[in-house]
Every structure is written in structure tokens, then in C-alpha cells.
Design a binder for this molecule. Sequence first.
Ligand code: NDP
Length: 449
Amino acid sequence: MDTIIDIVNTRDPFEKEFHQAVKEVAESVKPVLDKNPEYRHAGIVERMIEPERVIQFRVPWVDDQGVVRVNRGFRIQMNSAIGPYKGGLRLHPSVNLSILKFLAFEQVFKNALTTLPMGGGKGGSDFDPSGKSDNEVMRFCQSFMCELFRHLGPDTDVPAGDIGVGAREIGYLFGMYKKLRNEFASVLTGKSLNWGGSLIRPEATGYGVVFFAAEMLAVKNDTLKDKVCLVSGSGNVAQYTVEKLNQMGAKVVTLSDTSGYIYDERGIDKDKLQYVMYLKNVKRGRIKEYVQKYPEAVYMARDAGESHNPCCNHKADCAFPSATQNEINAQDAQNLINNGVSLVCEGANMPTTPEGIDVFLDNDVLYAPGKAANAGGVAVSGLEMSQNAMRIKWTANEVEDRLKGIMKSIHATCLSTAEEYGTLGNYVNGANIAGFVKVADAMMDQGIV
Ligand code: NDP
């Protein structure tokens, strides 16, 4: 395993998030490689850590003042052993090769866990949509697609949304793709309902996370009813996590954004959540406005110099980190435990640092890594592709039932795989090993490519 870490350290010395993701998987799959030396002989891990293709391009656009702006666009086509590349596009100033390679790498294993035929990819740009007008976002998306379109196709690469990319951006991207190709192809998921989108796709990641948490609790003969929950973020994943938690009788007391977080001891109920959806999806405002509308809640501005995440300092039973990578460090993990949290189910990708994960595992916290727990989003994206291919539309109940079935199956696979490798209850090992074996076997079948 040291060789693998050495390869990524030497080849890409500055890609620390990518190193973090590779190291976690490498540690989990060591016993698999020991048991199956043919994977070593075929250089499976060495090939998995090298993207099949990295596309980087200039994205020029003109802002509302007539000033030319230039951003950097990327698509990482990581692994297509089990299907076309599939994974979201992220628009955020922090986007760089390291972030996108870690996300693409995780996506390979996540997609394998869904049981659907999807390879892994990820893309995006360092464009910051916050504070931009609709027209600026449209011009950016059109320019981005003017390069990306040549790398997409229903059987080649099918991106979706991620941070900063929701229904509005998918619409602008699709419009330009269609104009350039003169075809209405299923090359993006997360489309609006009236032109090829799937019911439950917006809800899928958050709902799936909650279904996964319910499965983890069921193993302990427990449920989410009356559980006090901390949720971070206030975007797509956080919103639908809150919605499903409310439906299951839990009470959510926090939400956050890049500026700070709110704590509402009485709970973010259905009406308050409707307001959050309006605030973040329509008004595109800040979470602090919540306390103007609901003065019983408190707002804490983010202190960039702080060494820990104050959102973790509240009494609760469960935590659902749903903002971004590395938002929970070892101290936050310990604070969560000290405040009574015994279940952590990740909506975001890699929101917990390796040291934080160790704290959870050492303290027998029921801990679900994002690559298993948040796979519901890409799973319903896969179902959107199936519906597009068959030119039919399933009802919301049908899609939600399929989503629930997929989350149940991912949970069962993680649990049984962890047990098979002697680490009962370790969902990190379960997810990494099960995803790895599926992709590795396909790569073995397909030769050295
Ligand atoms: P959104 O853009 O809808 O929301 C992101 C939220 O997180 C916003 O509230 C944003 O705050 C906040 N946030 C972003 N960066 C930071 C940061 N550095 N510090 C604190 N808060 C931050 O994105 P999603 O909800 O779609 O994605 C959230 C996470 O879930 C990501 O890790 C994503 O990769 C993962 N994910 C998403 C899926 C999907 O289907 N959308 C599928 C699987 C995983 P602000 O409003 O200030 O920008």
C-alpha cells in the first residue's frame, strides 16, 4: 500500500484531497489484495488511481458590466469499467484538480455500490455562482458546455449537479448541448420534470441518506422517531435530508451555509423548511435570514480562524454533515460524541477528516461514509437515464420505492462485506471493499486498458 501512496504523492504532490481519498480506500482494500494476488498482478489499484482521461479547458464569458471573465473548466473521466462515466459538476471557487479527482475517485466506488451500470467521473469549474445574475450564470454555463459537449454522450459520459449546480444550471447546460449537437440526448441528469427529468431526483440524495440511517438504526432495533438531529449545509442535500427526517418523526435543530449556522431548538418543521427552500433556492439568500423570520432561533456567524465547527456543539442523537469536504475534524467528532451523538450519516462527500473518522470508529459511533450513504442521488440519476432510454416516466412512489430498495441493498452489502473481512459494523471498509471488488472484477475481464 505504501507504493500506492508513494505514487500519488510523487505524481501529484499538491493534491491533498485526492491523496486523502486514495489512502482511505487503499487501507480498506489491503486484505482484499492479500487474498486475491491476481488484482496486484493486473495493476488494478495502480490503474484505478490514474484517471482514464482528464479534460481541462478555458471558460471565457462576459459579465453584466461587459467585462471578460475567464474560469477554468474540468471533467475527470475516472473509470468506465462498469458503465459510462457518471458524476456531478461542481461550481465553486475552491474547485481544482485535487478536489475533482477525489470526488471522481469516490464516485467510482459509490456508483458500483448502487448496483446500476455506471462508471465514475466528476467535473466543474472554479466559477462562483453566488452573487451572479441569472444571465451571467447562463452565459457561463453556455461557454462551459461549448467545450464539454464533445466529451459527453448517453453511453460515454453523463454529468449531473453538485455544489452550485441545480435545476437552473442543468437547464442552461442542456440547452447549449442541444443546440450544438442538434439532438435531444440523455447526457445530463437532474433535468426539470417537463423535459426528461425524473420525479424524486431533487429529493434523492437527502432521502437516500435518511433511508440509510434508518437501516443502520434498524440493526440496533432503533428508529429515527424523536431523534434530535444536526444537519449542516442548507443546499439540495441538506434540505431533503431535513424533509425526510421530519417525515420520519425526527427533529432537526441546525442548518448552515458558508457564512454561519442557525440553531433552532424547537426544530425546523415543514413550514420552516419551506421558507429555507425559498430562501436558498429562489431568493438565493443567506441562512442568517432564518432568524429574522423565526426569532426563536439563534444565528452564529462563521469565524474563519476557529479550529472547530461550532455546529457540532449541540446536544443531539444523530448528525448528517451535508455541506462539503473536511467540515468535521477530530475535535468536532469528539464534540459530537460528548453531546450524545451516536450516529453520523454523511450527506456530503468526505465531510469527515481521517482523524475524525478514527474518533467515530474508536467510540463505536454508527458511522456511514458518504460514498455509501449519499449514493441515492446518483442512483436516481441512473433511474433517470433508464426512464429516458425507455421514453417512459415512473411515478414518484415508484421512484422512491426503487430508491429505498437501492439504499437497503447498499446498506446490506456494506454490512455483510465488513463482516466477511472481519470488521463487523465498519461501514467504511464495507463500502470501500464492496465497491472495489465490483470494479476490479470488471477491469480484470476487460484486460489491460
Ligand atoms: P448545494 O450547492 O445545493 O449546497 C451546498 C451547501 O453547503 C450550501 O448551503 C453551501 O453554503 C454549503 N457549503 C458549501 N461549501 C461550504 C464550505 N466550504 N463551508 C461551509 N458550507 C459550505 O450542494 P449540494 O447540497 O448538492 O451538495 C452538498 C454536498 O453533498 C457536497 O459535498 C456534494 O458533493 C454532496 N453530494 C451531492 C449530491 C447531489 O445530488 N446534489 C449527491 C451526492 C453528494 P452557501 O449557500 O453559502 O454556498
